[in-house]
Design a protein around this ligand. Structure first.
Ligand code: BDP
Length: 332
């Protein structure tokens, strides 16, 4: 290196130190967080995540901004959960289903029929059970800032109405990545097929799978109703969702910013829940108007009884979670 070059490098280095010093002393540069969301435009979660971004900027006076990546463009949900855990992404709107395999306490919500109805799920989540689930997630690097609704999931397929467990026999059914769901389908006599959300439409269309399960809004927004026209109201899973943030990032925030970000998430959840209630109705109306054959399952008992081995296996593998399951079951 020539002397001139050395001098220039040194000047540049000194300038960098000076800038760093100025930043440390003066206003901190705004942080931009990247946030993952799987849903399309107009979906309640998408609108609510946009609200979250707007509120974070407002409530932190611009110290933090959130850039949302909707439609799952940053990858599948299990991948995105991992990314937020390691800090490659900062925030995500996650369904607790794919979080369960990482955090056993969070997996209680994925036990089929563990919640009697949506109100039961809300009461449990807003109480001690919710705290235990949050703690279990925090231990794995995910801080749940607020809970979003995701309704109840029911079966749909390309062939016939499902009225009793035997109707699932031999059917290939797509599930989210979680052994509890694979166990659930297997106990009903079907063949579980864990698969990314984005692949389900094509798989139903081409007969790679015969059916899947989801709530009304996702059944509608994905167009699955166009290719799997029988929807049977089993309501076997009521899985909440979170707005989750990387734990180290969370711990590095000032108490003031933690409060601001938490408030933003909670207010976005209030909006999401309102929009969700509306969307459940409109999605249901839309698919039925489009010709979907819908049936209620009046007797859920045979489905519930078939789930006993799923519970037994989970509790044998996670004996310390038993009190949490009982806490939920005993929550009125
Ligand atoms: C939707 C959830 C989404 C899941 C999807 C699925 O909101 O997070 O990825 O189901 O079935 O209801 O994969």
């Amino acid at each position: 290196m020539t002397n001139g070059k050395i001098a220039r490098v040194r000047t540049a280095a000194l300038a960098a130190v000076a800038i760093a010093g100025a930043l440390a002393a003066g206003p901190v540069a705004a942080a931009e967080w990247r946030a993952w969301n799987i849903h399309v435009d107009g979906y309640p979660n998408t609108v609510a995540m946009d609200k979250f971004a707007e509120l974070v900027a407002e409530k932190t006076d611009g110290r933090v901004t959130v850039k949302n990546f909707h439609g799952g463009v940053l990858g599948s949900q299990p991948d995105a959960i991992e990314q937020v855990r390691v800090g490659a992404l900062q925030v995500g709107n996650f369904n607790l289903g794919p979080i369960g395999p990482i955090a056993p306490a969070a997996n209680v919500v994925s036990l089929p029929f563990v919640f009697r109805d949506i109100d039961h799920m809300h009461t449990a989540l807003d109480g001690e059970a919710g705290d235990k689930i949050s703690e279990g997630m925090a231990e794995k690097g995910l801080i749940a800032l607020a809970w979003y609704d995701s309704g109840a999931r029911s079966f749909y397929n390309t062939q016939k109405p499902i009225e009793k467990p035997e109707d699932v026999k031999g059917m290939k059914v797509r599930v989210m990545n979680n052994d509890l769901y694979s166990g659930m389908i297997a106990e009903l006599g079907g063949n579980p097929s864990p698969m990314a959300f984005s692949e389900v439409y094509q798989s139903l269309k081409t007969g790679v799978v015969d059916g899947a399960e989801n709530n009304w809004p996702s059944y509608e927004s994905t167009g699955h109703f166009e290719v799997a026209g029988f929807y049977s109201n089993s309501q076997h899973l009521i899985i909440p969702e979170c707005v989750c943030i990387n734990a180290d990032l969370w711990n590095s925030l000032s108490p003031e910013d933690q409060e601001a970000v938490k408030e933003a998430a909670r207010e976005s959840a209030e909006l999401q829940r309102e929009l969700w209630a509306e969307r459940e109705k409109t999605s249901r109306e839309k698919v039925i108007a489009a010709g979907v054959k819908y049936n209620d399952i009046t007797d859920k008992a045979p489905f519930q009884e078939a789930m006993k081995p799923v519970y037994d296996k989970y509790l044998a593998e996670n004996p310390d979670i038993k009190p949490l399951v009982e806490l939920i079951q005993n929550t009125q």
